[in-house]
Design a protein around this ligand. Structure first.
Ligand SMILES: Cc1cc2nc3c(=O)[nH]c(=O)nc-3n(C[C@H](O)[C@H](O)[C@H](O)COP(=O)(O)OP(=O)(O)OC[C@H]3O[C@@H](n4cnc5c(N)ncnc54)[C@H](O)[C@@H]3O)c2cc1C
Length: 428
């Protein structure tokens, strides 16, 4: 802090992106204040939950593969820092990541994509190009037009956002920086070259004004609203979308009736990405007290536009959505030849989640322009992270830090990724 209300850098939003950016800045020796509108118990936002799919597979020079792998490397550095500064004896990498083969189901109409993925692939994968191979290699019964790919790589599987955010916050504090919870930023303006932030305490309603030399906005689905007057061009690019999530357990009796091999197969064939028209994602979210998996399912291409964001978080699932979720999970167990039918599935929960999206579905980590199309010095925006943000969050935060501090890296993939994430991609 420079004086009572002038800060060097403020990061708005304590989800995966803002926490990652605030950590990278803290680790670079910067003075940072991270502001989050929720309480310390994170319960709302795109990053809420215990599992997100992490995967490396992509064609040659794919930015999302690079982001994933760089994120794993950055998470290792974070956990090393934590071990050195607060040794707990816990294996933090294994708490953040659950390594488990990622199963992809593609279809013949996507053959060009799968050919590109399979050719000269550096990641360890196994492929089944037809139903016979699917059965002999994976014990799966699939339709004639299915192409299966399975990715076997350390730290591919799932990532636990709750634990990663918790560890990032610990590390930010260990570096001497501060996190404020229950503080909503209502407005940001530029005055005499400084950012002025109007904050409101979510509990008491008390309002204060803060100034900062530099700002990173990482407000997830609220990013467009927050930047509406400061950077209308960015606000226009980022829109929130509702995605429904359903959670199912398996009756204890059914689970205990499975052989150890069947139980192990059920665990090892999640996470799943089914590239059908709904673009299904499914994963083990957690294990219940009886050792039975709780499976989460959603469909990225079933997402809906949102008019009024705040009430959406409380919107439950429709009967049709529950039915869709149940039949897709039981359908997957049928493909796996594991005797778990729809009658054996127990709905344990479901809610509306929201992510922010750009038209191209490629996130933005970028400098921003004002209404007169002039660059706003000292502002970096992280938004439009859609359904791919979590796995790369530690790399997106690194890029945001570098942009804010005018730093770069010489690596070709780093530069390619920075350009792809920049607002300038629309013009150059
Ligand atoms: C259903 C679903 C499934 C997904 N699956 C995957 C997956 O399998 N793999 C993957 O890699 N990614 C996945 N993602 C994407 C990933 O979860 C998101 O990209 C990521 O969590 C985005 O993080 P964020 O920090 O940008 O947003 P958020 O987590 O929403 O964080 C923004 C934070 O800003 C706070 N905030 C907002 N407005 C203000 C304000 N005015 N003042 C102060 N604070 C504010 C919010 O409270 C919130 O904590 C999925 C997302 C969803 C929704």
């Amino acid at each position: 802090m420079l004086n009572s209300d002038l800060y060097d850098t403020i990061v708005i939003g304590g989800g995966l992106m803002g926490s990652s950016a605030a950590w990278h800045l803290s680790n670079a020796g910067e003075q940072v204040l991270l502001i989050e509108k929720q309480t310390e118990k994170y319960h709302q936002g795109s990053s809420f939950g215990e599992a997100r799919i992490t995967r490396s597979l992509g064609p040659k020079k794919d930015i999302f593969s690079w982001l994933h792998n760089r994120a794993v490397a950055e998470t290792k550095k974070l956990t090393t820092f934590l071990h050195e500064n607060q040794s707990s004896g816990r294996s933090l990498m294994n708490e953040i990541y659950t390594t488990s083969p990622v199963t992809y189901i593609y279809y013949h109409a996507q053959k060009e994509t799968t050919d590109g993925l399979i050719a000269e692939q550096d990641d360890p994968i196994e492929v089944a190009l037809n139903p016979e191979e699917a059965f002999s290699k994976f014990g799966m019964s699939v339709s004639d037009d299915a192409i299966l790919i399975r990715e076997f790589k350390e730290f591919s599987g799932t990532l636990n956002p709750e634990i990663l955010i918790e560890q990032l916050h610990r590390a930010i504090r260990l570096q001497g920086n501060t996190i404020w919870f229950s503080q909503r930023t209502n407005n940001i303006t530029l005055k005499n070259g400084l950012f002025e932030l109007s904050l409101e305490d979510a509990g008491t309603g008390k309002k204060i004004i803060l100034s900062a030399k530099k700002v990173i906005t990482a407000a997830g689905p609220y990013t467009g609203k927050l930047l509406k007057s400061l950077s209308p061009a960015i606000a226009k690019q980022i829109t929130p979308k509702r995605v429904c999530l359903a959670f199912f357990s398996i009756t204890e009796e059914t689970w205990n009736r499975l052989s150890p091999e069947q139980q192990s197969k059920a665990a090892k064939f999640f996470p799943l990405i089914d590239m059908n028209p709904d673009f299904i994602f499914s994963m083990i979210e957690s294990w219940d007290d009886h050792g039975v998996p709780v499976i989460k399912i959603g469909g990225h291409l079933r997402r809906e536009s949102i008019k009024n964001l705040d009430p959406v978080w409380g919107k439950g699932l429709s009967t049709e959505e529950i039915e869709w979720a149940c039949s897709n999970i039981s359908g997957y167990f049928r493909k796996l030849n594991i005797p778990i039918g729809r009658d054996h599935l127990l709905l344990t929960g479901g809610y509306s989640c929201v992510y922010s999206m750009t038209d191209s579905e490629i996130p933005l980590v970028t400098e921003a322009y004002d209404a007169n199309n002039c660059i706003i010095p000292g502002l970096v925006v992280m938004g439009g992270m859609s359904g791919v943000g979590a796995k790369g969050s530690m790399a997106y935060g690194l890029i945001a830090k570098n942009l804010l501090l005018n730093k770069s890296e010489t690596d070709q993939m780093y530069r390619k990724t920075v350009h792809a994430l920049s607002i300038n991609r629309y013009t150059h």
